[in-house]
Design a protein around this ligand. Sequence first.
Ligand code: DAT
Ligand code: MG
Length: 153
Amino acid sequence: PETERTFVMVKPDGVQRGLISEILERFENRGLKIVGAKFMQMDRELAEQHYAEHEGKPFYDSLVEFITSGPVFAMVLDGQDATRQVRRMMGATDPAEAAPGTIRGDYGLDLGRNVIHGSDHEDEGANQREIELFFDEDELVEWDKIDGSWLYE
Ligand code: DAT
Ligand code: MG
């Protein structure tokens, strides 16, 4: 099938709250294939590059502060329509508005502590840009998942 890669990250609040495995479980259960993963501490430079689109906005400084405040769990997931499907599973940016059943809707209450990041599917190429920002090519693994023919027609 035609698949694509997307970048996903459990933010410092999700890590501190012990939600990495529950979040990862959702993506695995959905059939998304992990092609890269790392537990890491973002530095200010990486945070500023990652959130460059928000520079100058009133929440920018606190966003950079927050995302560098503790370790994150970064992932690259591969699947059909992966970028949009991950965003649907994440729910709305503000957990207060995110539907129950979504990650933000199930685990968050506050906009500034929304647990997870996923590449924007409406921003063409954001997934590839973010993957390259966080992962070297040799950190991504090309592999066949045995259930492929049961996941995709
Ligand atoms: P998303 O993370 O859903 O892609 P975004 O790219 O618009 O949302 O914003 C990045 C992060 O910045 C978001 O996860 C939480 C924070 N944020 C966005 N809008 C905000 C606002 N109006 N006030 C405070 N924080 C905000
Ligand atoms: Mg965004």
